[in-house]
Design a protein around this ligand. Structure first.
Ligand SMILES: NC(=O)C1=CN([C@@H]2O[C@H](COP(=O)(O)OP(=O)(O)OC[C@H]3O[C@@H](n4cnc5c(N)ncnc54)[C@H](O)[C@@H]3O)[C@@H](O)[C@H]2O)C=CC1
Ligand SMILES: O=C(O)C1=N[C@H](C(=O)O)C[C@H](O)C1
Length: 270
């Protein structure tokens, strides 16, 4: 028996799920306590290691979150909005730290997550990398220093399997730019122009999404005015980066009071 906190990984067959499994297996401070997939998925009932194409791990892929979370101190969840909202309630019942990487959450989803955080620690971020979280701080500072004669545009690029746009990261960067400018993102956001749009609205924050091939994740914040342009860019070339950030958050959350946190809290950048 070990006293390392046990982690359940949801969506284990997914791009991030498999990366999280690999990273938790080599982590010094955490152990794999369970693996979940959606009911009806091919992997359910099979050994996780064998399902991943390797040696048996002695961990069976399950489809019952309540049973799995009861045995865990943390749940790491990169799945889909409907699943994540349900997991937030169940992780809170089990008093397990819930690390949420899922993006594309609606305002209603966010409200339900907020309610679950009354009873347990939830760490949620559209991007778990140090580089992107640092970029949000830089974006906020640059936006604060510049007036609305500087147009702000956010361009993101991802692989062709991504289902949501703008990316969670682009929205984090948009929120940071809006905060720096002292405006509400909802009021100035301008998404994916097409057709006779008219001239750009002064003060708008524009979003553009590229989808292609196997791009892991690229984000650019452009500040443009007459005669000059500032471009700040982050390139992720390995999903392990997101997985390691999520594991750090799971460990960090173990001694925290119930509430909603983000990666800036985990990384000490707030
Ligand atoms: N915050 C961050 O740093 C990052 C966030 N993401 C986000 O993570 C999410 C997943 O991304 P990918 O791994 O690329 O997607 P994916 O489609 O490869 O994997 C999602 C997995 O979740 C599973 N799933 C869906 N409903 C489920 C349920 N009810 N119970 C258990 N499993 C369920 C699916 O079967 C699938 O295996 C997306 O929202 C993506 O934007 C991705 C990378 C980094
Ligand atoms: O779906 C992805 O792949 C990614 N999603 C996150 C997002 O929406 O920003 C983070 C990362 O860019 C990869």
């Amino acid at each position: 028996m070990t006293d390392k906190p046990g982690v359940v990984i949801t969506g284990v067959s997914g791009r991030m799920g498999q990366m999280l499994v690999r990273e938790v297996l080599v982590h010094d401070g955490l152990r794999l306590a369970g693996a979940l997939e959606r009911p009806g998925h091919d992997w359910v009932g099979h050994d996780l290691g064998e399902a991943m194409g390797g040696a048996a791990l002695g961990v069976r892929v399950g489809d019952d979150p309540l049973e799995a979370f009861a045995r865990a101190q943390a749940v790491i969840d990169f799945t889909a909005p409907a699943a994540t909202v349900a997991f937030a309630d169940l992780a809170a019942q089990a008093r397990a730290v819930h690390v949420i990487g899922t993006t594309g959450l609606s305002d209603d989803d966010l409200k339900r997550i907020h309610i679950a955080a009354r009873h347990a620690v939830i760490v949620r971020a559209g991007n778990m990398s140090l580089g992107v979280n640092l970029l949000t701080k830089v974006t906020e500072q640059v936006a604060r220093a510049l007036d609305a004669d500087w147009d702000i545009e956010i361009v993101e690029a991802h692989h062709n399997r991504k289902v949501d746009a703008p990316s969670g990261t682009a929205l984090m960067l948009g929120e940071a730019a809006a905060a720096g400018r002292g405006v509400s993102l909802a009021e100035v956001s301008d998404r994916g122009r097409d057709g006779m749009t008219g001239a750009r609205d002064k003060g708008a924050i524009g979003f553009h999404a590229i989808r292609g091939g196997d791009i892991v994740g690229e984000h650019e914040v452009i500040f443009a005015t007459g005669g000059e342009r500032i471009v700040i860019k982050h390139i992720a070339s390995d999903r392990a980066l997101f997985a390691r950030g999520a594991l750090k958050a799971a460990l960090w959350g173990q001694d925290k009071a119930p509430g909603e946190y983000d990666m800036l809290d985990v990384l000490g950048l707030n």
